[in-house]
Design a protein around this ligand. Structure first.
Ligand SMILES: Nc1nc2c(c(=O)[nH]1)N[C@H]1C(S)=C(S)[C@@H](COP(=O)(O)OP(=O)(O)OC[C@H]3O[C@@H](n4cnc5c(=O)[nH]c(N)nc54)[C@H](O)[C@@H]3O)O[C@H]1N2
Ligand SMILES: Nc1nc2c(c(=O)[nH]1)N[C@H]1C(S)=C(S)[C@@H](COP(=O)(O)OP(=O)(O)OC[C@H]3O[C@@H](n4cnc5c(=O)[nH]c(N)nc54)[C@H](O)[C@@H]3O)O[C@H]1N2
Ligand code: SF4
Ligand SMILES: [Mo]
Length: 676
């Protein structure tokens, strides 16, 4: 029986796995011990990923909404693609090129992300393209670009973390979101290293911590300011590093001077003693790694928050040192590559900027088009969705790889915007909540049925190889994109063979910030993954013009919505181990528990509002309400409730306030009322 080495369909760890055929349509998943990142370990989502194969939940025929009945009916591929192309053209003829928009995903392979960007710029000529990564690690990306001149999730291999003295996890629940990665924390502790976790909830990750700090959601920025204040007072700043490798520290030093521990305590709820304990731990450590994830980043001040934590790492002299520095734990399978190849509103392949004339020239030459024909910058993800169907906004939308109805903030509003479109086209493997609203649904192949590359959280490019034949009736996104490009009369061809697309992507990215030109499928196979750039960055300098890292002054504004008499508690949202994202895939996998959303709250709060464990409670915010069972636990702050977002509901509540630079919505905090 043939066994293929490939990678998990879900998160950015991109665990290696072996896939064998089992029976007529089944898949058997086996460990691939030699792949270095997970060494054979998988979480339960990975082990069960094969179950969608052969499932009745898979879409296997294009569907077109019948104008008379309003129902989706089966259609032939040619009919569906012809219809989409004709209607897209009609929309553009009537309302201009930007009336068609494209929404991509960080779960798409590099090849798909690249072709989607090319489809928008070359075949549709629209500037209106963005993707769900904007809701993921964009604040960390924006901060890293400012501080280091480059944005790569981890600038070092994940396993380096084991050799650190202290690892500080700010807003990461990695024991549930990347379970095989938790072993690095265990090994670090076996070596005598220390783990610090900053989270409003005592999570399975926090259970591994030597020091657990439990701030009010949305106050990590103040915590970092206070920490740097104490480090400076203790003489723990690495003055030589700061003088030779960075710029801008003096202004930051002045800014943190006002953040004495008692003031920090008032804002964050973290006792001044605990902050002092954290500062002592860091001051005495030789190698400190600071890692942020969505808990710190998904805020209207997410970029400033990450910058403040980068300031801490820089002041200690860490970035560029072995087993030390700052990193962001990216999230989606291709969270890293998905933001490098041009599906972002402001970007061309190779992490080039679309408003840079030299970048336009280079990419246009690879594409064989006139640089002047390339559109400019479009709207960011949320702003794009918010503009759908409004005067001057897009009137048609193509979606590849996102289940917006569940995962967008202020989802009731976003759903209304989707309903206002003249044409919604969704490519998906299953009938997601978003596909259910579409005028045309196009069924696509899933991970083990197609080949493509993914770039994991470390910047390691891995090859997801096809292991089994796709079900009859489905096509890959690459086929769909090429089919549409051709029907739209694109001036240049669109390849459909992934290896060919990857080679073109390599040429388009050559010389860019994320340069893939030296990477080939053969090299990836031979080397078990290939890093773009170097595995360990910043040893000799940063990617800024002067080679120095930049301290950036950050000031606390605080959450966009503060509790008041009507909405007295903080609501935060996030993930559980057994479900992935909008749940479109994992809710359809029978052996994963799918018990719906719940409201996690502290016994003190439950008592105050008359809630009982397991009984329904109502959570209300200025945007909507949700009724779900209470889960009463003493591991959460008494002033905070948590709702997982894998089901319809959480995002009816969330706030669409955006970070000024990353355009990240404030998924992680808003004001709410809870009634038992
Ligand atoms: N099981 C599972 N794993 C996943 C995913 C999934 O859907 N399910 N998705 C993948 C993706 S795309 C991503 S982006 C990653 C996300 O990975 P994580 O960032 O680890 O996941 P989250 O649960 O969103 O948030 C992490 C923690 O932030 C805390 N938090 C909430 N508000 C705040 C705050 O204001 N400050 C701080 N410090 N913490 C706060 C929450 O309590 C939560 O424990 O996971 C990836 N892995
Ligand atoms: N309240 C709240 N909301 C959040 C978050 C939060 O923490 N709290 N986190 C945010 C984050 S970090 C993220 S990453 C987003 C994720 O949220 P979404 O963007 O909704 O991500 P997924 O659920 O992974 O959706 C992927 C969709 O594409 C389909 N799909 C999978 N692979 C492919 C493919 O190769 N091609 C095509 N065409 N389709 C495919 C899947 O079946 C699924 O329907 O949610 C964000 N929303
Ligand atoms: S940790 Fe992520 S990549 Fe690994 S098996 Fe689980 S979902 Fe898949
Ligand atoms: Mo994400």
């Amino acid at each position: 029986m043939s066994v293929t080495e490939t990678h998990c369909p879900y998160c950015s760890l991109q665990c290696g796995m072996r896939v064998a055929r089992s029976g007529r349509v089944g898949i058997e998943i086996r460990p691939w011990e030699e792949f270095p990142v997970n060494q054979g370990a998988l979480c339960r989502k990975g082990w069960t990923a094969g179950e969608l194969r052969g499932s009745r939940e898979r879409l296997t025929s294009p569907l077109v909404r019948d104008r008379t009945t309003g129902e989706l009916r089966r259609a032939e591929w040619d009919e569906a693609l012809d219809l989409v192309a004709t209607r897209l053209r009609a929309v553009q003829d009537a309302h201009g090129a930007d009336a068609v928009a494209v929404f991509g995903g960080g779960g798409l392979t590099n090849e798909k992300a690249y072709q989607l960007g090319k489809l928008a710029r070359v075949a549709l000529g629209t500037s209106q393209i963005d993707y769900n990564g904007r809701w993921c690690m964009s604040s960390a990306a924006s901060a890293a670009n400012q501080a280091f001149g480059i944005d790569r999730g981890l600038p070092f291999p994940l396993a380096d973390v084991e050799q650190a003295d202290v690892v500080v996890l700010v807003g990461s629940n990695l024991a549930e979101t990347m379970p095989p990665a938790a072993r690095h924390l265990d090994r670090l502790r076996e070596r005598g290293g220390r783990v610090v976790v900053v989270d409003p909830r005592l999570t399975p990750t926090a259970e591994r911590a030597d020091l657990f700090v439990q701030p009010v959601p949305g106050t990590d920025l103040a915590l970092a300011l206070g920490l740097l204040h104490l480090l400076d007072a203790a003489g723990a700043v690495d003055e030589e590093y700061v003088a030779t490798r960075t710029t801008g520290f003096d202004a930051v030093r002045r800014a943190v001077a006002a953040w004495w521990p008692e003031r920090v305590e008032r804002v964050t709820g973290v006792a001044s003693d605990e902050l002092r304990a954290l500062a002592d731990l860091l001051a005495g450590a030789e190698r400190v790694v600071v890692l942020t994830a969505r808990g710190a980043e998904q805020h209207a001040q997410g970029t400033a928050t990450v910058l403040a934590w980068i300031n801490v790492a820089l002041a200690l002299g860490m970035p560029g040192r072995p087993s030390a520095g700052y990193g962001c734990l990216t999230g989606q399978g291709n969270g890293q590559g998905g933001r490098e190849h041009g599906q972002k509103a402001d970007q061309l392949p190779g992490y080039r900027m679309i408003d840079d004339p030299a970048a336009r020239e280079h990419v246009a030459r690879v594409w064989g088009v006139d640089p002047a024909s390339l559109p400019g910058k479009g709207r960011s993800a949320y702003e794009l969705l918010d503009a759908l169907g409004t005067p001057g906004g897009p009137r048609a939308l193509l979606v590849h790889g996102s289940n917006i109805v569940v995962s967008a903030p202020n989802a009731t509003h976003v759903t209304r915007r989707l309903e206002a479109l003249d044409l919604l086209v969704v490519c998906d493997l299953v009938m997601s909540e978003t596909a259910a609203l579409a005028d045309v649904v196009l069924p696509v192949t899933q991970w083990a049925e197609e080949t493509g590359t993914m770039t994991n959280l470390e910047g390691r490019v891995v090859l997801r190889q096809r292991a089994v034949t796709p079900p009859e009736g489905v096509r890959s996104d690459l086929d769909v994109i090429a089919g549409l490009a051709e029907r739209l009369g694109a001036p240049v061809p669109f390849a459909t063979d992934p290896e060919e697309v990857f080679a073109e992507l390599g040429r388009a990215s050559a010389g860019g910030r994320a340069d893939y030109s030296g990477i080939t499928y053969d090299r990836i196979r031979a080397e078990g993954g290939v890093f773009w750039g170097t595995p360990r960055m910043f040893a000799d300098g940063f990617a800024t013009p002067d080679g120095r890292a930049r301290f950036v002054v950050t000031e606390l504004v605080g959450a966009a919505e503060q509790p008041d008499a009507a909405y007295p508690v903080h609501l935060t949202t996030g993930r559980v181990l057994a479900q992935y994202q909008s749940g479109a895939q994992t809710r359809r996998i029978r052996s994963l528990p799918d018990d719906g959303p719940y409201v996690e709250m502290h016994p003190l709060l439950a008592e105050r509002v008359g809630a009982h464990d397991g009984q329904p409670v109502v959570v209300r915010t200025r945007r909507g309400e949700l009724s779900a069972p209470a889960r009463v636990v003493s591991t959460i702050r008494p002033d905070t409730v948590f709702v997982p977002f894998h089901w319809v509901g959480a995002n009816r509540l969330t706030n669409d306030a955006l970070d000024p630079s990353s355009r990240m919505p404030e998924f992680k905090v808003c004001a709410a009322e809870v009634c038992g």
